[in-house]
Unconditional design. Structure first.
Length: 271
């Protein structure tokens, strides 16, 4: 992987992590079009994912500090910050189960298949289109039960081509949650799973098992220049996409992304 390929893939990761179009699906398509055998290996994957997490923290810094300031206060009952943090923890349960028990299985079956990416992009398009035609009465606050259902949507979105942000935001909107708060919650709830996934992958780099080496081979060596370029590209594009997407969801114009996902999904199937 050279620095130009890293730049392009970093931008793709940063933009598509927050836009409801599937980062994993677009990375596979980008890999195919660029002729890259591996998307930089696990090291590159970890670097760009950490970059997108940092971009979330930068854009939503006020919200993150608000949660932590109230997290350790106790007045005899849960305050708003603690309720918000509890909802994030509840939303992590489904993805935690999938990540710990089924991640390698899912990766082995679905990785590298543009046909599956295309089909999942069409599913993403359908979910986003539903939010345009079905608009229930809005609820101001996300309940723990809705947080869990949104978490299930996030867990299912481990499939390449099924957008994580698109699935969680669309599910939340279909449940009647406020557009004003939903994108923010969707982006905050994804931080722990992304970091957790990076840690699980990092384990394979530091101490790869015999089974892992037999299946994937030795970890590819990536030039430091490519890693730095990929990190910066993912971070800067991630900041832009995160901030823009929050404003866009408030206007609820996800139908445009539905059309885009349908077109790209069909192209991926044709490829």
């Amino acid at each position: 992987m050279d620095w130009l390929q890293a730049l392009i893939l970093g931008i793709i990761q940063g933009l598509t992590e927050y836009l409801p179009v599937s980062s994993s699906g677009h990375l596979q398509i980008g890999q195919h079009l660029l002729g890259v055998e591996e998307v930089g290996g696990l090291t590159f994957d970890i670097v760009v994912h950490v970059a997108t997490v940092l971009s979330t923290l930068v854009i939503l810094w006020k919200e993150v500090t608000w949660i932590f300031k109230g997290l350790f206060k106790w007045d005899g009952q849960l305050n708003e910050e603690q309720k918000y943090a509890l909802n994030i923890i509840i939303s992590m349960i489904p993805i935690g189960i999938v990540g710990l028990c089924f991640k390698d299985y899912v990766d082995a079956i679905f990785e590298g298949s543009l046909t599956i990416v295309g089909v999942c992009l069409l599913v993403t398009a359908f979910l986003l289109a539903l939010t345009h035609f079905y608009r229930p009465q809005e609820k101001e606050k996300i309940s723990p039960w809705h947080a869990f259902i949104i978490g299930i949507a996030q867990a299912i979105a481990v499939l390449p081509g099924l957008s994580r942000s698109g699935s969680t935001i669309a599910t939340g909107l279909l449940l009647g949650n406020s557009r004003k708060n939903l994108a923010q919650f969707s982006f905050l709830m994804v931080i722990p799973p992304i970091l957790g996934e990076a840690l699980l992958d990092f384990k394979h780099i530091v101490a790869p098992s015999a089974e892992y080496l037999a299946e994937h081979g030795a970890t590819a060596q990536i030039p430091m220049t490519a890693l730095v370029v990929g990190f910066l590209a993912a971070f800067i594009s991630g900041c832009f996409a995160c901030k823009w997407m929050i404003a866009f969801v408030k206007q609820c114009k996800l139908i445009y992304f539905a059309i885009y996902c349908a077109i790209v999904g069909i192209l991926a199937i044709c490829l």
